[in-house]
Design a protein. Structure first.
Ligand code: AMP
Length: 281
């Protein structure tokens, strides 16, 4: 595995050593887990060269504490990625990615109106900026993103379409622990007590899905209100959002219609750590 931190060097490597080969990119913020590795497996099947980036992107954190406390496990990350057969690892320097005179900001509409876009202002604009930069540096033929961050996946799909970026976006299933808890780098920050409570996120999502599939006349407002109460009773600190939205445009629905693809989305705080998840209905 070749490791680069300088933009110029990775560009030269890609231009001369990867000419004529297809490249798949898996962007990450590190603290590599089985969720990330599942994206790499897909990338390996679909492309000649697999590139992974590790960059804890300051522009997508609207909470400085969350940024400072983001888990960093670079040494074991490198080992895991090399073992997974990654060809190129890009760990850029923040000063090179965002020189002080960087004037560009991305503005997004509609898909950012709800869910994380609503409660983390500026988050997806930061995500969009780093993804555009990574795509311009690495020029991947395809890039893999997890459905765990479903809103992010949809925004990146639309972004590449709107900007005519020639990179195919592929979505991948969410990988979970046996308990049902979606794997996340932030899980590393959960203490013993919170780890026992956290699987309640997936349990409640499944419960809501079952209720809706059994009877689609169920009042969505009632289901959501009940579920929020249950989450607080189970020990969660705060429910940031719990909503049922269409997959396409991420707009909340008032009544479940099995003909329209929709998902249940959740973000909760547990011991000051924000966890998100979603399931398809
Ligand atoms: P992150 O390092 O959290 O920014 O995630 C990097 C990529 O891995 C994103 O495309 C995420 O959606 C994806 N990802 C994170 N957790 C999971 C998971 N449990 N299953 C599948 N993909 C995931």
């Amino acid at each position: 595995m070749k490791i680069f931190s300088k933009i110029k060097l990775i560009r030269t490597h890609i231009e001369y050593e990867c000419a004529g080969k297809t490249i798949a990119l898996v962007p990450t913020m590190g603290a590599i887990h089985e969720g990330h590795l599942s994206l790499i497996k897909i990338a390996k099947k679909k492309a000649d060269i697999v590139a992974v980036s590790i960059f804890v992107n300051p522009k997508q954190f609207n909470n400085i504490e969350d940024f400072k406390k983001y888990p960093q496990t670079l040494k074991s990350d490198k080992q895991k990625l090399a073992d997974a057969g990654v060809d190129i690892l890009f760990i850029p320097d923040v000063r090179e990615i965002y020189p002080q005179d960087c004037l560009v900001m991305v503005k997004l509409e509609k898909l950012t109106e709800n869910l994380c876009g609503k409660t983390r202002p500026g988050h997806f604009e930061g995500v969009a900026l780093i993804i555009i930069k990574l795509f311009n540096i690495i020029k991947p033929d395809l890039a893999i993103f997890g459905e765990k961050d479903f809103q992010q996946l949809q925004i990146i799909r639309k972004l590449t379409e709107d900007l005519n970026i020639n990179t195919k976006i592929i979505g991948a299933n969410t990988i979970r622990e046996k308990s049902g808890l979606a794997l996340s780098s932030r899980n590393l920050r959960l203490d013993k007590k919170s780890r026992k409570i956290a699987p309640g996120i997936y349990q409640i999502l499944k419960q809501i899905r079952e209720k809706l599939l059994k009877d689609n006349n169920y009042s969505i407002k009632l289901i959501i209100d009940e579920a929020k109460k249950e989450l607080i009773k189970a020990g969660f600190e705060r429910v940031d959002y719990l909503e049922i939205c269409t997959e396409n445009d991420l707009q909340p629905i008032k009544k479940f219609d099995p003909k329209i693809k929709s998902r249940i989305f959740i973000a909760v705080y547990l011991n000051q750590i924000r966890l998100i998840d979603n399931v398809k209905i």
